[in-house]
Structure formats: structure tokens, C-alpha cells
Design a protein around this ligand. Structure first.
Ligand SMILES: O=C(O)[C@H](O)COP(=O)(O)O
Length: 206
């Protein structure tokens, strides 16, 4: 066994609440999102987890979630690396549109394909494969080597950047990825083997 990788999707954002496609837009957390982030930190603390380093995206909702978690862990000054490689999928022309309005305009099935398929990009935006094309190399070069050295690495990011990562960790394919939904503010704790495969996975629900 090597180290530990903890993935957390940011808490509820203002645009999650309004049901808007967000992507690279930068809304803050709602009150509920703040509470979810604090609860995530408390659950990690209850497990006795301390991080050695943290990674997050270039977007406020993920950074703020990370800050609230680190506060609960008593690790506010932990080394933190922010990189847009971990940003949410770029939702392109859908950004800022209401998800129900989009379903009314383009149909339920088309919108589901844009949201959950592996390789169909929303207009002007990134498919999950495109998102993975920036997340996977970043994971391989910056995150995984630290886990393999035995560190505990905390990653606060987004629904689709984490889906692309979990596709690899959980060995999902083009079909099985369609069903993967990641809850806001729920830490997922992976222990990795020394060959980078997953030794165990625990989802820290409330
Ligand atoms: O960017 C967004 O709109 C959300 O954070 C993720 O949206 P999705 O569940 O539609 O992929």
C-alpha cells in the first residue's frame, strides 16, 4: 500500500441552487454549500485524517470548500496548489443557462448526453474526454507521485473534473461513466496500491 487520495466536490454553489450550467463561471458557495464543506471537514477529522498537501482548481467554490475543510482539520496553513487543470468542465455555450430551460429547448436526452456522456461535448465546450485530457496528465505528474510516496493528498474540485479522475480510479468505461454522480461536499477516500490501483474506497456520507 502507498498513500491516500481524498476527493471532494465543492459544496453547493449559488448556481447549483439556481440550476444553472456553471462550468468555468465563478459563483461562490451558498450557505448550504458552506455547511456541506464544514461537514466534510468534520467527517475527515473524525476519521483521524490529516492531509500532507492539498490541490484545488482556479475557481472560488472549490477553493472556499477546501479552506473550510482545512479549517476543520486545523490545517489552515497547509501547502495548497491551485491549478485550472482541475477546473470544472467548460460548459461552453450552455454556461449560465437554466438546465430545465435547456431540456425544454433541446430535449431531455440531448441534455443528458451533453452532461454525462464521455465524448459528446456541449456546444463550444468540453466533453468529459476533453476534461480528462487536462485532468489526467495533471494527476499523473503532480498528484499521483505524492500519493505513491505515502502522502495523504486532498483534492477539492468539481463534478466533472472528478468524474474524469474517477473514471480511471474506478475503471469505468464509456457506458458505466454515464451513471456516475458525485455529491457536493462528500469526501471520497481512496487508499492506493504501490502500482497506482485502488486498494480501498470509502465514501464519507453524513
Ligand atoms: O458546471 C455545472 O453546471 C455543475 O457544477 C456540474 O453540472 P452537471 O451536473 O450538469 O455536469
Amino acid at each position: 500500500m502507498s498513500g491516500t487520495l481524498i476527493l471532494v466536490r465543492h459544496g453547493q454553489s449559488e448556481w447549483n441552487l439556481k440550476n444553472l450550467f456553471t462550468g468555468w463561471r465563478d459563483p461562490d458557495l451558498t450557505e448550504k454549500g458552506v455547511e456541506e464543506a464544514i461537514a466534510a471537514g468534520q467527517r475527515l477529522k473524525a476519521k483521524g485524517i490529516k492531509a500532507d498537501i492539498a490541490f484545488t482548481s482556479a475557481l472560488t467554490r472549490a477553493q472556499r470548500t477546501l479552506g473550510l475543510i482545512l479549517k476543520e482539520l486545523g490545517q489552515e496553513s497547509l501547502e495548497t496548489i491551485r491549478d485550472e487543470a482541475l477546473n470544472e468542465r467548460d460548459y461552453g455555450d450552455l454556461s449560465g443557462l437554466n438546465k430545465d430551460d435547456a431540456r425544454a429547448k433541446w430535449g431531455e436526452e440531448q441534455v443528458h448526453i451533453w452532461r454525462r456522456s464521455y465524448d459528446v461535448p456541449p456546444p463550444g465546450g468540453e466533453s468529459l474526454r476533453d476534461t480528462g485530457a487536462r485532468v489526467w496528465p495533471y494527476y499523473m505528474t503532480e498528484i499521483l507521485p505524492r500519493v505513491l510516496r505515502g502522502q495523504t493528498v486532498l483534492v477539492a474540485a468539481h463534478g466533472n473534473s472528478l468524474r474524469s479522475l474517477m473514471m480511471v480510479l474506478d475503471r469505468l468505461n464509456k457506458e458505466t461513466i454515464l451513471k456516475l454522480e458525485i455529491e457536493t461536499g462528500v469526501p471520497i477516500v481512496y487508499r492506493l496500491n504501490s502500482d497506482s490501483t485502488v486498494a480501498s474506497k470509502e465514501v464519507l456520507h453524513g
